[in-house]
Design a protein around this ligand. Structure first.
Ligand code: GRF
Length: 193
């Protein structure tokens, strides 16, 4: 069976992208392959990670051009991995039910507009919750509002700073959960062809 063609969209460091690249190399991801890494930021380190892994890269200008680029590459699954740009309804329509995102909290807590990056962890600490985590979900028009695919809980410890908590959520949840979810959805797409 033909593997699902995956594009990963990044804006920053790309540690989640790296987790997917590593999972592909180790066999955790078998049903899909990354064919393109795209970014809205020219200097995103994620692009360097892609180049180091021999994966084609693309710097987006307009969303319409990105849609064309992804369609030309035959992309069937779009993975948002620290992509800090809200996608338009046109983009979402073009890849309906084929876009997934990783969010660093247990949705529906600490999500929606303005909850990105360190802010998510700041808010969790401010509120005083004792457990947080990460969520992989489908992307629809509502920010962080699509159907949940997978979640993993992470303990908050006394004395945590947003930075310390962010790192723990990545290590204990995001970098494990995202590759597993990418495999699950890639397999479903592959088997539906
Ligand atoms: C991660 O915490 C992800 O959940 C969030 O943005 C961060 C991206 O980190 N959406 P990286 O670029 O994958 O290192």
């Amino acid at each position: 069976m033909l593997k699902t063609k995956i594009a990963v969209l990044v804006s920053g460091g790309g540690t989640n992208l790296q987790a997917i690249i590593d999972a592909q190399a180790s066999g955790i991801i078998q049903s899909g392959e990354i064919v393109l890494v795209a970014s809205n930021k020219r200097n995103a380190y994620g692009l360097t990670r892609a180049e180091n892994a021999g994966i084609s890269t693309y710097i987006m200008d307009t969303e319409d051009n990105l849609i064309s680029k992804l369609q030309e590459a035959g992309v069937e699954l779009v993975v948002l991995a620290g992509f800090l740009k809200i996608l338009s309804p046109t983009f979402i329509k073009a890849f309906e039910n084929h876009i997934i995102n990783i969010h660093p909290s247990l949705i529906p807590s600490f999500c929606g507009d303005g909850f990105y990056g360190l802010h998510v962890h700041e808010k969790a600490l401010e509120y005083g919750v004792k457990v947080t985590g990460a969520t992989v979900h489908f992307v629809n028009e509502i920010t962080d509002g699509g159907k949940i695919i997978a979640q993993k809980a992470v303990d908050i410890l006394d004395g945590d700073t947003p930075e310390v908590l962010q790192k723990r959520v990545m290590e204990q949840a995001e970098w494990i959960l995202l590759p597993q979810a990418v495999e699950k959805i890639s397999k479903e797409i592959m088997e539906s062809k």
